[in-house]
Unconditional design. Structure first.
Length: 277
């Protein structure tokens, strides 16, 4: 299917050259899964978007405006299952980093095809040549300046790449969060200085605790990662996917990952996890 775009409530795909998202990456975005006119984990996406608006001091929009735009975009396609991307730009302004107090945000909704990724049994990872630079104000939120991830994927030879911070701590993969299992411990990187807190991450940590695992958010080095029994990654599109290798280090086990994934799939089948549009 061809992608469909709605800008400020109108079907169009052209945006002003003065848009600050175009010029500086001055905005936020969310990527949501929609099936049968229902959005999965809408509350988690909305929470992160609200947090991003507060951090970046972008004027927030009422939830009803987003849902109205999404509904309109979905009405223009016959596809039942799709990916909906929400983009919120600070707005349009003239040259320079400063902006007027009365600047009006520009909202964009893009609907595209939801491709099936469930056929892939596990992922092979490598370490990216480009990593993160710490900035606590930007840590966790999904701002639109993604040049770090773009550079990290530029020379990608495997399925995904692990990004490090300036201290060589593991932070994430380029398009999702990463988790390491050591016996009955589930360890995931701290994201208080850089990286994105995925919309599925908090749920996965809660599910691990419900399986009586000890959950830790700590700094993880490359050497520590090699000692893990299992590794998996997650994002809003692929869900949970096991990792079979990180470069030359193999991870043949995935039994606990499968338990967490089964619990995760049960939650996604619960009608309470979906928001009707």
């Amino acid at each position: 299917m061809d992608s469909i775009a709605i800008i400020n409530g109108q079907e169009q795909s052209n945006i002003s050259i003065y848009n600050r998202n175009f010029q500086y990456g001055d905005g936020l975005f969310e990527t949501c899964v929609v099936k049968d006119n229902q959005i999965l984990f809408w509350d988690k996406h909305l929470f992160r978007l609200d947090e991003g608006c507060e951090r970046l001091k972008i004027k927030n929009l009422d939830e009803s405006i987003w849902l109205k735009d999404v509904k309109k975009a979905l009405s223009l396609t016959s596809t039942k299952n799709c990916v909906v991307k929400l983009i919120l730009s600070r707005g349009n302004s003239q040259r320079g980093y400063s902006y007027p107090d009365d600047i009006s945000p520009v909202r964009i909704v893009i609907v595209s095809e939801l491709r099936n990724v469930q056929s892939k049994k596990s992922f092979s990872l490598e370490y990216a040549e480009s990593g993160y630079h710490s900035n606590p104000i930007l840590a966790g939120i999904k701002h639109c300046n993604r040049i770090e991830q773009i550079l990290a994927r530029a020379s990608l030879k495997r399925d995904e790449a692990i990004m490090l911070d300036e201290n060589q701590n593991i932070i994430s993969v380029t398009q999702g969060n990463i988790y390491f299992i050591f016996g009955q411990r589930l360890v995931t990187p701290k994201l208080d200085r850089c990286g994105v807190i995925g919309s599925r991450r908090s749920l996965i940590l809660d599910l691990a605790e419900s399986l009586e695992m000890n959950v830790e958010q700590v700094n993880i080095s490359i050497n520590e990662a090699k000692k893990a029994d299992e590794v998996f990654i997650s994002n809003s599109i692929i869900g949970i996917q096991s990792v079979s290798s990180i470069e030359d280090c193999q991870f043949p086990k995935s039994s606990i990952t499968e338990q967490i994934n089964n619990a995760f799939e049960s939650v996604t089948q619960d009608i309470k996890s979906w928001t009707c549009i």
